[in-house]
Design a protein around this ligand. Structure first.
Ligand SMILES: [Zn+2]
Ligand SMILES: [Zn+2]
Length: 283
């Protein structure tokens, strides 16, 4: 999955050896140049992999997605695979092709054009109690079905999954939100439908300080402090700041504006990676 595609996106991906062959979907936050102008180059690069006519590439985004794709595809004609555009309004959820159980969600932000935040959620199965399964006489061959949440029949008796599975467990949730001015929709989306928050929020942090906001137009972006406030209010575990103004020559110099509100903040940079793991649930 790739979220947004600024100019030259394929260059650092190739430099890191991150193949594009299995790209399941492209999610576009909004139709501003810095988020979409890299599409022709990326799609042409993808065209040089073995991806063929039977492997369509879904591209999701808000309006005017179709007009933007029509324009951008002029520069990448004759792709060997079909593009499947999907227009989103915010609030939709859908599976990520090729990644079982993974769900994408989106929410409308507040920018000068329609703009979406995206979430990626990975579910976690409840804990399976093999001792209980043995006591109930369920053969090992049937355990997988119970783990999937199906009931099984053992010697004329029905064993429900609830008999061998623990309580629901929190999975993983990642949210990327850029570009936006402060909006209550953001912490609400970070918190998620089950209210347990996000493991990582990657957020617009265009301005280090209030004073950096251009006076001549209404601000369209967050400050470091506003991004940190959204992370705190949404129950995020970690925050990455990104989308810095070109005027911020040293974004790290403003880190304290964010950490004063939300300590677990990282100033984003090219190539930053993080491995998210399920929270320890004490067992
Ligand atoms: Zn924008
Ligand atoms: Zn932008």
């Amino acid at each position: 999955m790739l979220i947004d595609c600024g100019e030259g996106t394929q260059v650092p991906l190739r430099a890191r050896g991150w193949g594009l062959r299995n790209l399941g979907a492209i999610l576009l936050t909004h139709m501003h140049a810095d988020h979409i102008l890299g599409l022709p180059g990326l799609l042409l690069t993808l065209g040089h992999t073995e991806r063929g006519a039977d492997e369509p590439l879904p591209i999701y985004g808000p309006e005017p997605l179709l007009a933007a794709l029509r324009a951008l595809l002029l520069f990448a004609p004759r792709l060997p695979f079909p593009i499947e555009p999907v227009v989103l309004a915010g609030g939709e959820t859908f599976p990520l092709a090729g990644a079982e159980g993974v769900q994408i969600g989106c929410a409308a932000l507040d920018h000068e054009v329609p703009c979406l935040a995206y979430s990626l959620t990975i579910p976690r199965a409840p804990r399976f109690d093999p001792e209980r399964a043995r006591v109930l006489g369920v053969p090992v061959a049937e355990w997988k079905r119970l783990q999937r949440g199906e009931a099984v029949e053992v010697g004329g008796r029905v064993v429900a999954p609830g008999a061998v599975l623990g309580p629901p467990r929190r999975g993983l949730r990642l949210v990327l939100a850029t570009d936006t001015r402060p909006t209550p929709a953001l912490p609400e989306f970070v918190r998620g439908p089950d209210g347990t928050g996000s493991d990582l929020l990657i957020a617009d942090a265009m301005y280090g300080d209030e004073e950096d906001k251009p006076k001549r137009w209404r601000a369209q972006h967050l400050t470091f402090a506003e991004a940190a406030t959204a992370a705190r209010d949404g129950g995020a575990r970690r925050l990455w700041l990104t989308h810095f103004s070109p005027a911020l020559s040293e974004p790290a110099a403003y880190l304290d504006r964010a950490t004063a509100i939300f300590p677990a903040t990282t100033v984003g940079r090219d190539g930053l990676t993080e491995t998210l793991t399920f929270e320890d649930d004490g067992g």
